[in-house]
Ligand binder design. Structure first.
Ligand code: BGP
Length: 477
């Protein structure tokens, strides 16, 4: 492992900060999401309603606890800490000209605290928390005006923090919307669909608008300060063919391109790949993009590719028992070789090595794992939390990453554990789906003292970082 490998953890502002209406902050898409659970979808409400419970409003109140929380992360030896800048702290509705100084000051203090501990802030500009006003008044990123508001926000914060933050990611998991599921489209792009809408058309237009905005921001940052490193962020869920039937192979290849590589290709080459042009022609989708915008896309290609990795899926062209149709002619099937978490997420450490190889072979750009982790229920016994399941998950994934580096020669910049401190789950809004190495006393209904406790994984990860990934063995408590 390189001596400057960036070990650390990752969070997103809306999932932990709380203080949703403090110091001039406006309402974001995360602020209108109710709590869900296994088999119970979260709901998006029309604005903030007094009779609903919104878990992101208070979250774990990192806004007021960040100094102590970062001290704990420093104790684990973090070299990097990834969070996002909550857009509505800086521009409460998104359309203001002048930023909110109180919001800017908060992030100044946060980044100063990271730097004091020698932790590199890794900053996401848009992580599922766009201003709700932009949804109501413009329909989110379907409008090119919203792209311009995003660019204004991004330029403001990059200019302000350029000497504190070197690593920037534009849109979190930008490809986490091609399934056209309501929640992802809403949070990523502010899209709300109506009966009769051509969802694919609207979503692809929003995606292209976001990619152009991202490229404009990348080009701006490169011109402003050549020391800045600009990355894209992809949700990597490799899709395996369920059998060696050539039809299944071709299906998986095409689905991986559509779900993941289309975005990577755009960010790395700055051109809409020909296979997608053909796909749009075949399905009657017409995306509006001017020659000027095509030039912007080309002018702002990324320095590195960051990714989240949690699981793999297996797909088939044919229906099978317990299969589930995700799109016409595409079935999600059970993979008999891997287990799943309590939330039904397949656990596939080797899939990480597979995906790292795929990305590096395709792009030859440094990769940065900025999310990987295990959501599980924890039990507190006499002030202790024994979480061998989390240690096992992390160990196996780190081993797999090391194989990609040491055996396959993949260039990896760092590894960040998702939800290094317990926070609100994005998918379900629960606190019970815990990822942290630091426990937070708060439940699904927002009850609890907010007290922080170290889990067994805290000591384990401390040792992993101290030995630069050499010693992954269990720490006996
Ligand atoms: C990713 C998101 C994160 C995070 C993570 C875990 O898709 O970028 O914000 O939440 O998934 O998902 P969940 O919180 O639903 O368990």
């Amino acid at each position: 492992m390189k001596h400057d490998f960036l070990w650390g953890g990752a969070v997103a502002a809306h999932q932990l900060e709380g203080a949703w209406a403090t110091d001039g902050k406006g309402v974001s898409t995360a602020d209108v999401l109710t709590v869900g659970g296994v088999g119970k979808r979260r709901r998006i409400t029309a604005g903030v309603r007094p009779d609903e419970y919104y878990p992101h409003h208070d979250a774990i109140d990192f806004y007021h606890h960040y100094k102590d929380d970062l001290a704990l992360m420093a104790e684990m030896g973090f070299k990097a800490f990834r969070t996002s800048i909550n857009w509505t702290r800086i521009f409460p509705t998104g359309v203001e000209d002048t930023p909110n100084e109180q919001g800017l000051k908060f992030y100044d203090n946060l980044f100063d605290t990271c730097l004091k501990y020698g932790m590199e802030p890794v900053i996401t500009l848009s992580h599922f928390e766009i201003p709700y006003y932009l949804v109501e008044h413009f329909g989110g990123f379907r409008s090119k005006e919203v792209s311009q508001y995003f660019v204004h926000f991004a330029k403001t914060v990059i200019e302000r923090y350029q000497y504190k933050v070197k690593y920037w990611l534009t849109f979190n998991e930008i490809n986490n919307q091609s399934g056209f599921e309501d929640l992802s489209c809403f949070t990523n792009s502010g899209l709300v669909f109506e009966e009769g809408d051509n969802r694919a058309q609207i979503t692809y237009q929003a995606v292209i608008n976001e990619c152009i905005a991202s490229a404009e921001v990348v080009a701006f940052a490169h011109a402003l300060n050549p020391g800045l490193k600009m990355g894209c962020m992809l949700a990597c869920v490799p899709l395996y063919p369920s059998t060696c039937r050539p039809e299944d192979l071709l299906l998986a290849q095409r689905a991986n391109k559509q779900r993941t590589y289309f975005y990577g290709d755009l960010f790395v080459h700055g051109v809409i790949p020909e296979y997608m042009v053909k796909e749009w022609e075949a399905t009657g989708i017409s995306v509006e993009i001017s020659e000027r915008e095509r030039a912007i896309l080309k002018s702002g290609t990324v320095d590195f590719i960051s990714l989240s990795y949690y699981m793999s899926f297996t797909i088939s062209t044919t229906e099978q028992s317990k299969s589930h149709q995700v799109m016409p002619g595409i079935y999600l099937v059970n993979n008999p070789y891997i287990q799943a978490s309590d939330w039904g997420w397949p656990i596939d450490p080797q899939g990480l090595r597979y995906v790292l190889n795929e990305l590096y072979d395709r792009y030859q750009k440094p990769l940065f794992i900025v999310e990987n982790g295990f959501g599980a229920k924890d039990v507190v016994e006499g002030g202790k939390i024994h979480d061998p399941y989390r240690i096992d998950y992390l160990r196996q994934h780190i081993e797999s990453m090391k194989q990609a580096i040491e055996i396959d020669g993949v260039d990896i910049m760092g590894y960040l554990v998702w939800g290094c401190i317990d926070l609100v789950s994005f998918g379900t809004g629960e606190m019970d789906k815990r990822y942290g190495m630091i426990y937070v006393d708060r439940d699904n209904r927002g009850q609890g003292s907010l007290k922080r406790l170290k889990k067994d994984s805290f000591d384990w990860y401390t040792k992993v970082i101290a030995t630069n990934g050499e010693d992954l063995s269990e720490v006996h408590q």
